[in-house]
Design a protein around this ligand. Structure first.
Ligand SMILES: C[S@@+](CC[C@H](N)C(=O)[O-])C[C@H]1O[C@@H](n2cnc3c(N)ncnc32)[C@H](O)[C@@H]1O
Length: 246
């Protein structure tokens, strides 16, 4: 686990490298296309007015709101990541701020807040601080959309945890599930879960590696058949969770 996740994406040019890693013909891109479909449908269904993408990074998720949401905002602590976001998402308002420091004071509260690829890798103390800060920024009926990109019970995480039991802890391997989030900061006391969308039962390693069309045909086929099977969510690596404030 990164000791201080706040500083993990601040190096010069990190934003460009991060952005590029989702644009290749790789498994990351395959999952990103699925995320785009799920998130755009959620925006159509929820019709938010004032949207905040927390830890927006390069605006990978923020940009899905373009044309679907009137007021689009992103906040992140990394100038390098925001530099790319400002290039990519012209209609959004991006703010350089660490929301846990109490200096982010928007004029209006948000009725839709998202956070992708943050909670799984942030250290537990930061997860909790962020969650509490986000609650203060949300309206009483706000939606909260987040993802878990290494669900603890996924086939991938189970295999990796088995490996760690045998050979010791691997640096950088973090996993998280809803149960742990609820235990650590009482997520379900504040929110009802509206829907959970899942993908990634196959434990594909080296997500950034470029692959052939055959690879994507086989993986895509297996994933769509698997989506009809019981326990599909349990074994899936990627979860997108839509919650609504109680
Ligand atoms: C893996 S990136 C995710 C970016 C984007 N949400 C995505 O899905 O591609 C995690 C981001 O969290 C940001 N971050 C970490 N701690 C933060 C904090 N306390 N306040 C704002 N942003 C933070 C990092 O700078 C980084 O850009």
């Amino acid at each position: 686990m990164t000791l201080e996740y706040r500083h993990s994406h601040t190096a010069e040019n990190f934003g460009t490298t991060y952005e590029d890693s989702f644009k290749r013909k790789n498994y990351k891109n395959f999952i990103y296309q699925w995320e785009r479909e799920v998130v755009s449908q959620i925006f159509r269904d929820c019709k938010p007015d004032n949207y905040l993408d927390f830890a927006c990074g390069t605006g990978r998720i923020t940009r899905i709101a373009e044309g679907l949401v009137d007021n689009i905002n992103g906040v992140d602590v990394s100038e390098s990541m925001l530099g790319v976001a400002r290039e990519q998402v012209k209609s959004a308002n991006f703010i350089l701020e660490d929301i846990t420091r109490g200096e982010f004071k928007p004029e209006r509260k948000f009725d839709f807040v998202s956070s992708f690829r943050f909670f799984t890798n942030a250290q537990p103390s930061l997860r909790k601080e962020v969650f509490e800060s986000l609650l203060d920024l949300m309206t009483d009926d706000s939606y909260f959309l987040f993802n878990l990109h290494m669900n603890s019970t996924s086939s991938f995480a189970l295999a990796a945890r088995g490996y760690e039991t045998l050979f010791g802890k691997r640096e950088g391997f973090n996993h998280l599930d809803l149960k742990t989030m609820d235990r650590d900061f009482q997520l379900l006391k504040h929110f009802d879960v509206v829907s959970v969308h899942t993908k990634g039962v196959l434990p594909v390693v080296r997500e950034g590696k470029e692959r052939s069309n055959t690879f994507f045909r086989v993986v895509g086929g297996v994933e769509s058949v698997a989506s009809y099977l019981p326990l599909h969510s349990f074994f899936s690596k990627y979860h997108i969770v839509l919650c609504k404030r109680k």
